[in-house]
Design a protein around this ligand. Structure first.
Ligand code: MN3
Length: 196
């Protein structure tokens, strides 16, 4: 049985950048639905006792396993997303290790924000934007719908949801404003640096 992760903060902790109402729907309804659907789909199969990572790697690209892949990946992606955010009142800057890795790859932290936002804005329709580890290099990538870096042999460091349900309550159609808020106010740099 897969279960909805416990948030590492209160549902109102991301305000004013992300409202409790968004968390109530995005975490409480959307994320919960992916967990419930996955449990129904894997009941009685070999995947019942597998980890999310194993299911994602074993079903990626398989037409007849698309529903299992989509729901397992969406559970994984949202687990990752909530954990790479932090309460809005904790003003932690990136640690030295992650800051220098980002500067090396993208020029500066500010230039990283700009490039990440450009990639996220260019995702047509639903999907995700990621900072990934490709060997010892860092890269920004986007994926459509539920697709994620694990399905491509890459390790995620940052996940940002760009499905409309992640910003429509607080920002309506303004994906750019949502991205600024997440990137500049809500990233949990400790979580990200620990995965480097
Ligand atoms: Mn979502």
């Amino acid at each position: 049985m897969f279960t909805l992760i416990t948030l590492p903060y209160d549902r109102a902790a991301l305000e004013p950048h992300m409202s409790q109402e968004t968390l109530d729907f995005h975490y409480g309804k959307h994320h919960q639905a992916y967990v419930d659907n996955l449990n129904k789909l894997v009941a009685g199969t070999d995947f019942e006792t597998a980890s999310l990572e194993e299911i994602i790697r074993q079903t990626a690209g398989s037409q007849d396993k698309a529903a299992i892949f989509n729901n397992a990946a969406q559970v994984y992606n949202h687990d990752f997303f909530w954990q790479n955010l932090r309460p809005a009142d904790s003003t932690k800057e990136p640690g030295e290790k992650i800051a220098s890795a980002i500067s090396q790859a993208f020029g500066s932290l500010d230039s990283f924000y700009v490039q990440f936002k450009e990639t996220a804005m260019s995702q047509f329709g639903s999907g995700w934007t990621w900072l990934v580890k490709d060997g010892d290099k860092l890269a920004i990538m986007k994926t459509a719908n539920a697709d994620n870096p694990l399905a491509h042999g890459l390790e995620p460091l940052i996940a940002v949801d760009v499905w409309e349900h992640s910003y429509y309550v607080d920002y309506r159609n303004r994906r750019a404003d949502y991205l600024d808020a997440v990137l500049r106010h809500l990233l949990n740099w400790e979580f990200i640096e620990n995965r480097l």
